[in-house]
Design a protein around this ligand. Sequence first.
Ligand SMILES: *[C@@H]1O[C@H](CO)[C@@H](O)[C@H](O)[C@H]1NC(C)=O
Ligand SMILES: *[C@@H]1O[C@H](CO)[C@@H](O)[C@H](O)[C@H]1NC(C)=O
Ligand SMILES: *[C@@H]1O[C@H](CO)[C@@H](O)[C@H](O)[C@H]1NC(C)=O
Ligand SMILES: *[C@@H]1O[C@H](CO)[C@@H](O)[C@H](O)[C@H]1NC(C)=O
Length: 302
Amino acid sequence: MREMLALAILKPIIFSTINAVSLLVLINLPPAVTLLSPCRNSCGNIAINYPFGMDDGCGAPQFRHMLNCSSTNDLFFLTPSGSYKVQSIDYNKKTMVVYDPAMSTCSILQPHHDFIMTDIQSAIIPPTSDTVFALLNCSIDSPVLNHYSNLCFNFSGHSCDELYSACNAFRVFHFLTNTTPPCCFTSYDTIKFMSMNILDCTHYTTVLNTDSLKGIGPLDWVYGIKLSYTLPETGCERCAQSGGTCGFDTETEGMRCLCSTSSNSTRQCGSVMAQGHARISGISSQKLFLMMMGAFLYLISS
Ligand SMILES: *[C@@H]1O[C@H](CO)[C@@H](O)[C@H](O)[C@H]1NC(C)=O
Ligand SMILES: *[C@@H]1O[C@H](CO)[C@@H](O)[C@H](O)[C@H]1NC(C)=O
Ligand SMILES: *[C@@H]1O[C@H](CO)[C@@H](O)[C@H](O)[C@H]1NC(C)=O
Ligand SMILES: *[C@@H]1O[C@H](CO)[C@@H](O)[C@H](O)[C@H]1NC(C)=O
């Protein structure tokens, strides 16, 4: 009789204990399994992976402050001369295509401004050799028509003059002077060492993938700048393999493997995961005790 009474009182308690325990297990497991990264990994439809980062401390320190995701989810590549809209990033080919909204193209003439990169950017993410800069409406005194004329070239059988005749935007140069003002197809290095003012050309445009434009007219060229980046040797692979996100200490710029929002490590997430386990088993042993209590009570009660 006393046993029955004990059972009647205990059973609901036991069951609710067991339920509470399983609930706790369910609630507690997910955060430990999913390692939340403090780094946003996309902007619009563009994936942001190493070496790039949008949040400070994410990616490689060399690429710090280079990307900005606008409130409209457009990604911008930041240089001293402005913000260039990122069209795509190819992580296999290690290239990024950017577009200067203020640049002239075949269909729109806009006042020139320089394309300037920092020294670091020029070193680690320069324009590719198949990105051609077309300097337009150059004065006859322009260095690229005189001392530096060897910096100008024709690519894939195209001459610069073609731009003047094929593009609505550039035909205006003809009209005004009734002659064909000089122009020059050149590479980024020319722009890097001479500003537009020194070059003495009023406009420029850029064309990418110039190697594959044989027989294709300026109306169908792709305007923009393709950049090619190099990956710094920092041991990111090891961190990524351990489930972490590569980042850096914002003060020392030393490498950090970001394992979760609450833990960072210097190389990989292994040691941090061990800490995580310790935390889980700390909770678990408590639960285990409760479960064993419950099981024990359940056994003696039945
Ligand atoms: C981990 O690193 C990130 C990025 O540097 C930083 O924002 C965060 O505060 C760090 N967290 C800890 C726990 O150190
Ligand atoms: C990034 O863009 C936002 C909004 O366009 C702007 O407020 C912010 O200053 C930009 N950050 C940098 C580092 O340029
Ligand atoms: C072309 O360049 C000349 C100076 O060399 C300048 O006066 C003229 O305005 C320029 N044309 C356009 C359409 O900007
Ligand atoms: C480019 O092509 C034009 C027209 O075909 C030609 O007059 C010019 O000499 C060529 N320039 C170079 C640098 O080869």
